[in-house]
Design a protein around this ligand. Structure first.
Ligand SMILES: Cc1cc2nc3c(=O)[nH]c(=O)nc-3n(C[C@H](O)[C@H](O)[C@H](O)COP(=O)(O)OP(=O)(O)OC[C@H]3O[C@@H](n4cnc5c(N)ncnc54)[C@H](O)[C@@H]3O)c2cc1C
Length: 396
């Protein structure tokens, strides 16, 4: 039997961050992933804002970045659009489009360089609690089955987390909060501006939006997310094909990848820790409910989980009383934002195409001084009396 202090299950951005910071804390760490190539296939549009990377002690590396972003274009169902880019606005929150296949692998390497042992093509198949509170995880790799015993498990196994279920944590995402995402990576795209993200709202993608994220040259991630309960009989893939065929930038483009995945947008799960266990990333629903973005939130969650795990091992106390510190850190970092944006989503989903068109018309006459999600929500509140009633207290 292999023994370790900390076993991280899942080497996405959240798991690699957890393993990196646990190893940095000086304890024995194993990071495992069922994939043979970390990061592939991607299930992501690859957009991140610049500002979180400082909090992760990471220098942006040009190897991971395909395109710097300097603005957004918001498009209403009737085609009315609002450009918020460097030509019209100060952009403190601009970001990057990553190459996730490279980025995820580099994040695992960061963990390896801090001393984590990495096991690729190794799948967790189940776990059992021992008398001393530790967990033994049954693993399968290259046709062989073996056990790993760990004082602490960090479940970073993504939106369909089995670890949470095996450990009996209340970490379930309701179907109405699980977006179905589908995307083509395409060439021959003709974007009007190669450094601006485009978002299309309304019946093009019920419960979500259609996006174009440029990746340099003529390459684009063209995708959408929907809430299946709101989308009738049409599948996410059918919505995507229609959106791509009707969009000026992609109607003549060619797909080279199809990416499919769930995105939990219901706010933080009820239980993200227990005795000897923590969940981070999508497994804990550490995803911005409004944008569906989970890379940097998950990495922050991973950082906190890794740091608290190392402290717990050194203190000889892996009980949930000690690990509660993890939840406190996560809630302080993103809890308030999650609650606010869950309410914004609940409100936005009540708007039909006419409402969205009238918001876009009102935006035409507004002057934005900066671009941030909060600023945009404040602008919606200004032009929609209904929104002022529902969201005013949270944002004004
Ligand atoms: C279509 C789409 C577009 C998106 N676009 C964006 C975006 O532009 N920006 C953004 O910030 N976020 C985006 N997201 C969300 C983002 O991709 C996730 O929030 C992020 O990948 C979460 O990271 P993670 O490490 O928690 O999980 P994941 O990246 O899902 O990693 C989980 C890992 O666990 C491994 N694993 C699972 N089960 C086991 C097991 N039993 N044993 C071993 N390994 C296991 C998997 O192989 C995987 O590598 C998007 C999501 C979708 C679906």
């Amino acid at each position: 039997m292999i023994k370790t202090d900390v076993l991280v299950i899942g080497a996405g951005p959240a798991g690699s961050s957890a393993a990196r910071f646990a190893a940095k804390g000086g304890v024995d760490v194993i990071l495992m992933d069922k994939k043979s190539e970390i990061g592939a296939p991607k299930r992501c549009a690859e957009g991140v804002s610049k500002k979180t990377f400082d909090k992760l002690d990471l220098e942006m590396d040009p190897h991971w970045v395909t395109q710097e972003i300097a603005g957004v274009r918001l498009v209403a169902p009737d085609g009315t659009d609002v450009w918020l880019d460097e030509d019209v606005i100060d952009l403190p929150e601009a970001g990057y489009i990553l190459e996730r296949k490279v980025f995820d692998k580099h994040m695992a390497m960061e963990a390896g360089r801090e001393g984590a042992q990495i096991k690729i093509k190794t799948q967790a198949k189940g776990l059992k609690r021992e008398e001393d509170g530790s967990f033994t995880v049954t693993c399968e790799s290259m046709g062989e089955t073996f056990d790993i015993n760990a004082k602490i498990i960090i479940g970073a196994d993504g939106p369909e987390s089995h670890v949470a279920r095996w450990a009996g944590l209340k970490a379930y995402t309701k179907p109405k909060h699980m977006e179905a995402g589908v995307q083509f990576e395409m060439c021959n795209a003709k974007m009007e501006k190669s450094n601006v993200l485009e978002f299309y709202f309304g019946s093009v993608a019920p419960g979500g939006y259609f996006w174009l994220f440029p990746k340099g040259d003529d390459i684009v991630n063209a995708g959408l997310a929907i809430i299946p309960d709101m989308a009738g009989d049409k599948s996410a893939y059918e919505y995507l094909v229609d959106a791509v065929n009707n969009c000026y930038a992609t109607k003549d483009a060619q797909p080279v990848e199809l990416n499919v995945g769930g995105d939990p947008v219901g706010g933080l799960v009820k239980e993200m820790y227990g005795d000897n266990i923590m969940l981070c990333g999508d497994a804990a629903s550490q995803v911005n409910p409004l944008t569906g973005g989970g890379i940097t939130n998950g990495m922050m969650g991973g950082r906190f989980a890794g740091e608290v795990a190392a402290e717990a091992i050194k203190a000889g106390d892996c009980s949930k009383d000690f690990l509660k510190k993890y939840e406190d850190l996560v809630k302080e970092e993103m809890g308030h934002e999650m609650q606010k944006y869950t309410k914004v989503c609940d409100y936005l989903w009540t708007l039909d195409d006419d409402d969205l068109n009238s918001i876009a018309h009102a935006f035409q006459d507004m002057e934005f001084t900066k671009i941030s999600t909060t600023e945009l929500v404040k602008a919606v509140i200004k032009v929609q009396p209904k929104a002022a009633l529902k969201l005013g207290k949270l944002f004004l």
